[in-house]
Design a protein around this ligand. Structure first.
Ligand SMILES: Cc1cc2nc3c(=O)[nH]c(=O)nc-3n(C[C@H](O)[C@H](O)[C@H](O)COP(=O)(O)O)c2cc1C
Length: 164
């Protein structure tokens, strides 16, 4: 059921020592390309990173990035602001979330990493200055089952008619 599927997605930060074939990653991108974007311009690119040294370098960006080192694959989600100058900051997270949900659907886990120290990460990956690294994600087959978490309740986040 789609409600259970969506509610069961959790961040995964430890992975089985099992490869994720390129065909599977390509499938995830094929699904992510269905994400909504203004004018359907799809202003994103995905960099697949398997090189151990690069993953290790990225894992040192900040404390929350450490799980990148041992993930079978790291994926960088990169925005192309020139292709949708006013909406890329919404378009690209849509694609990233579609990617993460597609991974969950295929039994993979994703550990999202905030793009603090964006310039350092972009330089490690050779991303040009007119593109924006939006996020890094560790991907792999989960090595554990996360416990359920507590979320805000609908009444905590819903307002009616106006901000109040
Ligand atoms: C934009 C963004 C940045 C995040 N950055 C990190 C991070 O740097 N390191 C990390 O371990 N998790 C990171 N997370 C994962 C969040 O900590 C996680 O989504 C949140 O605690 C809710 O848990 P859940 O994903 O299991 O539902 C990030 C998530 C998002 C959406």
């Amino acid at each position: 059921m789609c409600e259970e599927f969506l509610k069961s997605r959790r961040s995964i930060r430890k992975f089985q020592d099992k490869d994720v074939p390129n065909e599977v990653l390509i499938k995830l991108v094929e699904i992510a390309n269905n994400a909504p974007s203004s004018n359907n311009n799809e202003p994103w690119k995905f960099i697949f990173i398997r090189d151990k040294k690069t993953k290790q370098e990225l894992s040192k960006l900040h404390k929350g990035a450490s799980h990148l080192a041992d993930a079978p694959i790291v994926v960088a989600v990169v925005a192309e602001p020139d292709r949708n100058p006013n909406t890329w900051m919404v378009d690209v997270p849509n694609a990233a979330l579609y990617f993460a949900l597609a991974a969950h659907c295929l039994g993979l886990g994703v550990g999202w990493v905030a793009s603090y120290y964006n310039k350092t990460a972009s330089s490690i990956l050779g991303i040009p200055s007119n593109k924006v690294l939006v996020t890094l994600m560790s991907i792999g087959y989960p090595d554990y089952t996360p416990k359920p978490k507590t979320n805000l309740k609908p009444e905590d986040v819903i307002l009616y008619e106006r901000w109040s």
